[in-house]
Structures are given as structure tokens and as C-alpha cells.
Design a protein around this ligand. Structure first.
Ligand SMILES: Nc1ncnc2c1ncn2[C@@H]1O[C@H](COP(=O)(O)OP(=O)(O)OP(=O)(O)O)[C@@H](O)[C@H]1O
Ligand SMILES: [Mg+2]
Length: 242
């Protein structure tokens, strides 16, 4: 496993080519950002917690029939993954209304959404990730109707699997965001990461937040304890590497 060339440095991860042209090496950095990257802080070991939690979730999803990018986690903050041509859509699934949904629509905070709401946002910080719909996605040439249907179906299946996975460790999966991409054969795979950066996770008993929302609210001194709590609950002791 050799990092070669940096091909993409995002807000929290750096993507490198590797010796294998079909694979990338994703380094999860310790950066935490909010407001399209306007606010940024460094949090000790945050990259490792997110890479380990993401790897565990990708393995659970694979066991349940969802194809993901995951290949290996050779270091706590380094994931080897299939190289994907990313689809610039953030697929968001919401089980409980909160955040931007209650700011923009007349729906009360905490309302249970059954069936879940699937939302697709254009992944483009310069436009502040505007919400898409099927005809806009096609007009922008981002995906075909068949691909939109695949993304929707996969996101809902992931929701079912992860709702149960988190419930088993006393966590409510309130909502989450995923990104997909195409491998060299054109298969649509789950890419990027699934971690407390892109999920809202609430303790089932106390409804305490265990995710990046704490940072968005300025509770910088509480956020790592929340990530570590998620890590401790979802990673069995014999799989803990930090
Ligand atoms: N398997 C993969 N192959 C190629 N690129 C990937 C893969 N998984 C994730 N990426 C991309 O890596 C980039 C870096 O991730 P990060 O989350 O730091 O970026 P970001 O700030 O969300 O995105 P961007 O810089 O694209 O606005 C993202 O653009 C993401 O889409
Ligand atoms: Mg990202």
C-alpha cells in the first residue's frame, strides 16, 4: 500500500492513487468543518474514529448485500477503497424531521417520518448544495432515471440495515447522507464515508446528540466525546484499534 499522487483533497479527506490503478487510498484527516467549510477546527484522532466507524459500517452493509468501495483499513485513519467516479449527489435519508427540513418546511422538529424522506442535494459547495429533483438531475446530466431509481433503492435499503444496526447499540439513526460512485465496470457502489460527520445519531434513552451537530452548535468541547461514544458502542472490543 503506497500513497502515490494526491488526486483530491476535500474538506476532511485526502484521496491518493495507489499502486493498483483501480484503487485509491483515502486518508481521513483530523479536520472538522461546518457551514460549507467556513469554520474549521482540528480534533485529535477524529480522522481515525471516522475511518474505523465507516469501515465497520461498510462491512456490515456488504454482509447485507450492499456493494461498497471498502477494501481494507491498513492504518486507523487510512482506508483502501475502490476508485470511483463519484456521482455529485448527496443522497439524504431522514427518519425524523430536524435541521434544514424544519427550517424550510412547515413540519415540527422531531416528527417521525414514515416512510422515510429521501432527498437528493447537488454536491457543489459553490452553489451551497441546492436540492435536486429527478428532472433537474436529468437536465444537469448528472444521472439517468434508472440511476436515480438505483440510488433511491440503495439508500432506503441502507437505511433499513443501519437503523437496526444502530438501534442494537442504543442509538437512533435520525438521518444520514451518503455518496455513490461508479467503478470501472459502471457498477454503482456506495463510496465516501458513513460516520458521525454525515449522520444525525441520538442516544435512544436520553436523545442526546452523538454527531457533528454538536460542532455546528458550537459545542466543540463535547463533540469528540460523542464520536468516541459512537466508536465504543459500534466497534466490538476485539476490533478496537485505537
Ligand atoms: N472511492 C472513491 N473514489 C474517488 N473519490 C472518492 C471516493 N470516495 C470519496 N471520494 C471523494 O473524495 C473527496 C474527498 O472527501 P471529503 O469528504 O474530504 O470532500 P468534501 O469536502 O466533501 O468534497 P469536495 O472537496 O468534493 O467538495 C470527495 O469529493 C469525495 O466525493
Ligand atoms: Mg465529504
Amino acid at each position: 500500500m503506497n500513497k502515490k499522487e494526491l488526486i483530491n483533497s476535500g474538506k476532511v479527506k485526502s484521496v491518493f492513487t495507489s499502486d493498483n490503478p483501480d484503487e485509491v487510498i483515502i486518508e481521513f484527516r483530523d479536520d472538522m468543518t461546518a457551514g460549507d467549510g467556513e469554520r474549521k477546527e482540528v480534533m485529535d484522532n477524529k480522522g481515525s474514529y471516522n475511518a474505523i466507524i465507516s469501515s465497520k459500517i461498510f462491512k456490515v452493509l456488504e454482509e447485507n448485500g450492499i456493494a461498497t468501495q471498502f477494501i481494507d483499513l491498513p492504518e486507523p485513519n487510512v482506508m483502501v477503497a475502490k476508485k470511483l467516479e463519484m456521482i455529485p449527489i448527496e443522497v439524504i435519508v431522514r427518519n425524523i424531521a430536524t435541521g434544514s427540513l424544519v427550517r424550510k418546511y412547515p413540519i415540527a422538529d422531531g416528527t417521525r417520518l414514515d416512510p422515510p424522506v429521501v432527498q437528493m442535494d447537488f454536491k457543489a459547495d459553490e452553489y451551497h448544495d441546492p436540492m435536486l429533483n429527478d428532472s433537474l438531475i436529468k437536465a444537469l446530466g448528472i444521472a439517468t432515471q434508472e440511476e436515480i431509481d438505483i440510488l433511491t433503492e440503495k439508500a432506503l435499503k441502507i437505511n433499513e440495515i443501519l437503523t437496526k444496526f444502530f438501534a442494537d447499540v442504543g442509538i437512533i439513526l435520525v438521518d444520514y447522507k451518503v455518496e455513490f460512485g461508479k467503478d470501472k465496470e459502471g457498477n454503482i457502489l456506495l463510496g465516501d464515508e458513513i460516520s458521525p460527520d454525515g449522520c444525525r445519531l441520538w442516544d435512544s434513552e436520553t436523545l442526546e446528540m452523538l454527531d457533528k451537530e454538536l460542532f455546528r452548535k458550537g459545542k466543540d468541547d463535547e463533540v469528540m466525546a460523542a464520536y468516541i461514544e459512537v466508536y465504543n458502542r459500534v466497534i466490538p472490543d476485539d476490533e478496537k484499534v485505537i
